[in-house]
Design a protein around this ligand. Sequence first.
Ligand code: SF4
Length: 334
Amino acid sequence: MVVPVFLPHMGCTQRCIYCHQGYITDIREDDLKARIEMALRGRGTPCEVGLFGGNIFGIEPAVLERIFACFDEHRDVISGFRLSTKPVPLRDETIAILKSSGVNVIELGVPTFNDGILHAMNRGHTAGDLFRAYERLAGEGFRLALQFMVGLPGEGPADIEETIRNMAALHPLYIRIYPLVILRNTPLYKLYEGGEFSPIPFDDALDRAVLIYLNALKRGIDVVNVGLTDNELVRDMVAGGFYHPAYGFLVQSRAFFMAVSGALRKLGDPAEATVILHRNDIPLFVGHKRENLARFAAMGITLHREASGPLQGSFETVSKAGSVSGTMLDGGGQ
Ligand code: SF4
């Protein structure tokens, strides 16, 4: 169990162009203690604490030490920490503090490995910085996760392939995938409003997220999150991009669609077939607002379903020509 404690924008010395302007770079110590108290009060069993929402590596070491000291009175229920950060600046002092404070997992944000796009996003780091940080931190014994984005300005299919290649080579503990969302009051919003940035179609960005998702799972890399957490603040600020309250479901159901389509192709694209699947997979098979069924119908295929499959994530497609078994991971991956 991970109990999150948010440190909004702490350590962000420069703002990524898609990040919103509710920009607080400093949290008062008593405010932080109140947050910690609220998150951990009354907890009987040990838990991990997640420090999210900023760039932990950008926090001055002396301040970082004080932040960890705020957890001292709850140490008996804290089994360790995980945190999210950009890969820079990589300071010896910071690493020493993280080690002595009980940090186990570090999530490194690398929206893309394309340096031109990273620069345009004002990330303040390159792909090389990510590789350097990854190697150093892994060598120091931290377990590492990666956070990717899809739908960035200037991003093409080759960038997604590079993300997948690097993910496979680095083999993180887990990943998160965030679709680009255009929030009001951001530099990105200005570009969007001024016509300098036109997002790719929603479906194309979704396909890119699906590719990363499937390739991670095929390599035994866990995907712990796809899409932004749905909350009113985000919803009110969204002006464009690829926000959807059920983005993770969209990705999974698109993956299911791809896998079943592949099985149908092997059967010679029959006009009629039955998909035998686990009952828990029916929503993924049907799709958001029955989108998958509509797509199959548009392809001229009448599909029946039988919820008698024994294994979640697996299915069998049966037509007059025979049957083909598959899993949800069969579509779209490399
Ligand atoms: S690192 Fe994260 S919190 Fe900081 S500016 Fe970029 S998107 Fe915002």
